[in-house]
Design a protein. Structure first.
Length: 66
C-alpha cells in the first residue's frame, strides 16, 4: 500500500477515536443533566407535599376556630 493510504487510515482511525470519545462525553453530560433534573423534580414533589400538609393543618385549625 502506498504511504498516503496508510496516512489516510491512521487519520481516519484517529478521527473515529475522537468521535467515539466525544459521543461518550456528550452521553455522560446528558446523563448527568437528566439525573439532576430528576433530583430537582423529586425535591419539588417533596416541597409540594410539605406545603399541602401545612395547608391541611391550617384548614383544620381554621375550621375549628369557627
Amino acid at each position: 500500500m502506498p504511504t498516503s493510504v496508510w496516512k489516510g487510515q491512521i487519520i481516519a482511525s484517529g478521527v473515529n477515536g475522537f468521535n467515539e470519545w466525544k459521543s461518550k462525553s456528550i452521553a455522560k453530560q446528558l446523563d448527568q443533566i437528566v439525573k439532576e433534573k430528576l433530583q430537582n423534580q423529586q425535591q419539588q414533589d417533596v416541597n409540594f407535599e410539605n406545603a399541602l400538609k401545612h395547608m391541611i393543618k391550617m384548614r383544620q385549625f381554621l375550621s375549628k376556630a369557627k
